[in-house]
Design a protein around this ligand. Structure first.
Ligand code: SF4
Ligand code: SF4
Length: 465
């Protein structure tokens, strides 16, 4: 009897989720190095010249020439894959799985829908409303029920607005209940906040960090003092740049909130693009080149409002951003050149483990619905009073996002960045806007920054700029 035929292992092919750089570098020993970035593992991969060529060309002979050990390493990092694998299905299945995960719950709470600023590009409608104790209590009971649920390990609350610091008293009261419930049930509770920063004091920051479990805060600074104060005008006509930056610098310098991660968001459009470099210099000079601070440069885009006059074209923005990031790096400001993790779920709108509760106790799946004129009523998925205990919210308008991407018809279905992007914003796609993050267009320059950070020197310093 003849022995059964053993099928040879399939020849692996480069992943559709692999980006290969076209620059050569030297390491500290003088050896030549090339790089790829596998988005399925969010990993920057060192290659040699032959490896870079094989992965870029997909030439079977070149791939075979890499040797079994190297092929195994690249397969572990999802840079090489079995040609029979449906990679889009694997990525969208992973996103569906991450979105279905119910052990980590995320609740965005709007303690107020009013804002003390009137920024030119903001698409929100801000209204003053008296604080309603009963409604706040219902919201608190919902979060407490999540913390008491044996199937839940961790709850994150994001304080959002309007400007949440206008309702500091509500934040204090609810935080006391959430931290007590977390301690009682042995769960992890953390808070985040998106604020315009104008009402911050060092005392408030330390209190939010120490007593309200605030772990992360994102605030927006749109330019050097005169630009920021013109664009982000408080309703009382006073600028906020100087005060906000001084509070942050003192908090960092004196170690008043040691575990707090601070994100500085810069909204960039035609109006302020020429002042970004000045802002970066100011931030560094004023003490914000600090490990607790991360810089987020963001292109202004529509949130349902018309920003076509000032919006920068995606590629033009990405090209300028690459220069700003090089400046930021030289100044010692902190930022992530390439995404360091794959996306578990795109946003609150794509996971029923995430929800937004407004001041009236209405529950939404998408954070842009509560305050955007015309979108509010269509975005309500429930009333908080109707939801039983910790039950996950009903499906919203974008919970089918991965079906749309998985079907193959969306631009995201064909995009090599999908595992680290998730499709960015289903709402904007559906409204006909392009929400792609800049990394889609400037990944090569970002890869260059990441590689230099690891101590490699380009063989041709001028190339690739
Ligand atoms: S769909 Fe867009 S606007 Fe809505 S929560 Fe997601 S990222 Fe935000
Ligand atoms: S949003 Fe843009 S960058 Fe992100 S996956 Fe979709 S096409 Fe790619």
């Amino acid at each position: 009897m003849s022995a059964p035929m053993v099928q040879p292992p399939p020849a692996l092919v480069p992943s559709r989720y692999l980006l290969v750089g076209d620059r050569a570098y030297r390491d500290s020993d003088g050896s030549e190095a090339w790089f790829g970035y596998a988005t399925r593992s969010a990993t920057l991969i060192r290659l040699d010249r032959a490896g870079a060529h094989a992965l870029r060309s997909g030439d079977p002979a070149a791939l075979a020439g890499l040797g079994p050990e190297e092929r195994r390493r690249l397969a572990r990092l999802h840079a090489l894959v079995d040609p029979a694998e449906d990679e889009l299905a694997a990525v969208t299945d992973g996103l569906r799985e991450g979105s279905a995960h119910g052990a980590t719950r995320s609740v965005t709470i709007m303690p107020t829908s009013y804002c003390n600023m009137a920024c030119s590009y903001c698409g929100q409608e801000h209204v003053k409303a008296a604080h309603d104790r009963q409604r706040a209590d219902r919201t608190a009971r919902r979060v407490e029920a999540m913390l008491a649920d044996p199937a839940v390990d961790a709850v994150t609350v994001t304080w959002f607005g309007g400007e949440p610091l206008l309702a500091l008293r509500v934040i204090r009261e609810l935080s006391a209940r959430f931290t007590a419930a977390a301690a009682l049930h042995g769960k992890t509770y953390t808070a985040r906040m998106a604020t315009n920063g104008s009402l911050l004091t060092t005392r408030t920051l330390a209190e939010l960090h120490d007593d309200c479990a605030l772990a992360e805060m994102e605030l927006t600074i749109d330019g050097p003092e005169e630009v920021h104060d013109r664009r982000r005008l408080t309703r009382n006509g006073r600028g906020s740049f100087r005060r906000t930056v001084a509070v942050l610098a003192r908090t960092l310098d004196e170690g008043l909130a040691p575990g707090l991660r601070i994100g500085i968001r810069v909204n960039i459009d035609r109006d302020n693009e020429d002042s970004v470099t000045g802002l970066l210099n100011d931030l560094a000079c004023l003490g914000l080149a600090h490990p607790q601070v991360t810089l987020h440069l963001i292109a202004v885009h529509s949130w349902g409002n018309d920003v076509s006059e000032v919006e920068l074209a995606a590629r033009a923005y990405a090209a300028r951003e690459a220069d700003w990031l090089r400046t930021a790096e030289a100044l010692g400001l902190h930022f992530g050149p390439l995404p360091a993790a794959t996306v578990r779920t795109t946003c609150t709108a794509t996971t029923r483990s995430g929800e937004i509760i407004d001041t009236a106790g209405r529950v939404y799946s998408c954070s842009e619905h509560p305050l955007v004129p015309g979108a509010r009523d269509s975005g309500v998925v429930a009333e908080v009073a109707e939801l039983a205990g910790s039950a996950r919210r009903p499906a919203g308008a974008f919970d089918d996002w991965y079906d749309q991407v998985g079907d193959g018809g969306a631009q995201c279905s064909r995009c090599p960045i999908l595992p680290v992007c998730g499709g960015s914003c289903p709402k904007l796609w559906r409204e006909g806007h392009l929400p792609c993050p800049s990394v889609k267009f400037n990944w090569a320059q970002r890869m260059d920054l990441a590689v230099r950070r690891r101590g490699y020197t380009p063989l041709d310093p001028a190339a690739g700029r």
